[in-house]
Ligand binder design. Structure first.
Ligand code: SF4
Length: 476
């Protein structure tokens, strides 16, 4: 089995990629503006939902229950889906999933596939596999279409083209859609995309989707979206293929009541997504007449086996943790080197494809805890980040500078006398760098710390010395 998450295995370490992203002021401006808008909308939608905390608790309880009984629910889903006329396939990894999908498309002699936005197919790099087989994938979600036409990479799990502004999109559409002129208003851009896609919707014989939720009791899938393109992809073609991560299971139709309220508000600040498509198997004369579900593992059972980080699989991909994260808001999504960016990407990518490739990601966080505060399923991302950092250090050791610093600190703290001597040394060494009571510029490697913040100086006397002096004054 070979697990992969897009191109993440070949991506540079986060700190290197982040450095170049920080130099791109246009990108930072675009990301800040877009996340500010979504955050404000989310805050408003959450504030008016009086049972918000109870909804979060319920969602987490459902997800924890499913993860404890996942095998049983997956089998229940398979039985119900087959009974309704669907066919379930099991894929251990990305290549196996892509192979199954390519074979189905080929068996219908189809040359094109229309696609609904799905991060899972970006995870398996499905588009590259389809193209290699001579099949053209057509992204129909506006943001994914922008990414596809620009040969770009997604930078956000809900708004993949969040790093692009309207003028950039206008230029891209004019070039790729061969348009002489195009307005810059959002309506002009969406109208151009609609014209470009409409004909493709009508001629495609195979549709492709992911799923936000897979309902075990009925074998149904649910996709939520805002543009209506998803509804067309899952209803117009003769054949429909859906790629679904095994963690997307919910036990009953009734559970959607909880998740649909949380997802829309957390993702886009809406009370409800404009389009909620739920379908079960096939119905003669109505919609696709052949329906395949590919259930994807690709490292998920490995995550499930680790009790301390298992909650990662409870994620409903709302993107709220990205919008609030101070690191993501500065670097944007590409620095994470994975299709899963932000705090959820920092814990999901290294766990899915192994810590060997993405060991810098658990450090892409200030551990401020804002992601936990907004997460609709209460995933304790900071604790999982610490757990993963511990794994990185255990497997690869800490960086040399950190090890030397810790050794020196251990020596200094081992005896009171040694600590006093160390303090004396530091008091002498710090003198040239102290201005107005703080150290604001250090030389060499230490300068990385003072480049962005001040360091308090070591005080003239330690607490112990101050206390001893006070005691002797009192006894006099
Ligand atoms: S971790 Fe939580 S906040 Fe982040 S995308 Fe997943 S559900 Fe949303």
């Amino acid at each position: 089995m070979s697990v992969k998450v897009g191109q993440a295995a070949a991506a540079p370490a986060f700190d290197k990629a982040a450095r170049s992203a920080l130099g791109n002021t246009q990108l930072r401006h675009n990301v800040r503006n877009a996340t500010d808008v979504i955050r404000a909308r989310r805050a408003h939608a959450v504030a008016e939902t009086l049972d918000w905390q109870q909804l979060r608790d319920s969602a987490r309880a459902i997800k924890d229950h499913v993860l404890r009984h996942l095998a049983g629910y997956l089998e229940q889903f398979e039985t119900a889906c087959a009974a309704a006329g669907g066919k379930v396939h099991w894929a251990r990894d990305a290549d196996e999933a892509n192979g199954i999908i390519v074979d189905i498309v080929r068996s219908h002699n189809a040359r094109e596939v229309i696609k609904v936005k799905t991060m899972t197919s970006d995870e398996t790099a499905l588009n590259a596999a389809l193209e290699a087989a001579g099949i053209t994938p057509i992204e129909t979600d506006l943001a994914d279409l922008i990414i596809q036409l620009g040969a770009d990479k997604p930078s956000h799990i809900v708004v993949p083209a969040l790093h692009r502004n309207k003028s950039e999109i206008r230029r891209l559409f004019m070039e790729k859609m061969h348009l002489q002129d195009l307005g810059e208003r959002a309506e002009d851009l969406t109208a151009a995309a609609r014209r470009y896609l409409r004909e493709r919707f009508l001629r495609a014989s195979v549709g492709f989707s992911g799923a936000n939720f897979a309902i075990a009791e009925s074998g149904s899938l649910c996709v939520v979206e805002s543009e209506g393109n998803g509804r067309m992809c899952v209803t117009l073609p003769k054949v429909l293929i859906s790629l679904v991560g095994v963690e997307k299971i919910v036990p009953t139709f009734g559970d959607l009541e909880v998740f649909l309220q949380l997802l829309a508000r957390s993702a886009t600040g809406e009370r409800m997504n404009p389009y909620n498509s739920i379908w079960t198997g096939v119905t003669p004369g109505d919609g696709p007449q052949e329906f395949h579900v590919v259930l994807l593992d690709n490292g998920r059972t490995g995550v499930l086996a680790d009790a301390e980080s298992r909650a990662t699989l409870a994620c409903i991909r709302c993107g709220a943790c990205l919008n609030i994260c101070p690191v993501y808001r500065q670097t944007g999504g590409h620095a994470y080197g994975s299709i899963y960016a932000g705090p959820i990407g920092a814990i999901l990518t290294p766990q899915l494809q192994g810590m060997k490739h993405s060991r810098s990601l658990p450090y892409a966080s200030t551990l401020c805890g804002a992601c936990l505060d907004v997460c609709p399923v209460k995933i304790d991302i900071p604790s999982i980040l610490l757990h993963l950092r511990h794994k990185v250090v255990k497997a690869h050791g800490a960086p040399l500078s950190e090890r030397l610093a810790m050794k020196a600190a251990a020596r200094a703290f081992s005896k009171g006398k040694k600590l006093e001597s160390a303090q004396k040394l530091v008091r002498i060494a710090q003198k040239p760098y102290v201005h107005d009571g703080v150290i604001s510029r250090l030389p060499g490697m230490l300068g990385s710390w003072t480049r962005f913040r001040d360091l308090p100086q070591v005080p003239a006397e330690s607490f112990r010395q101050w206390w001893a002096k006070r005691q002797s004054k009192e006894t006099l």
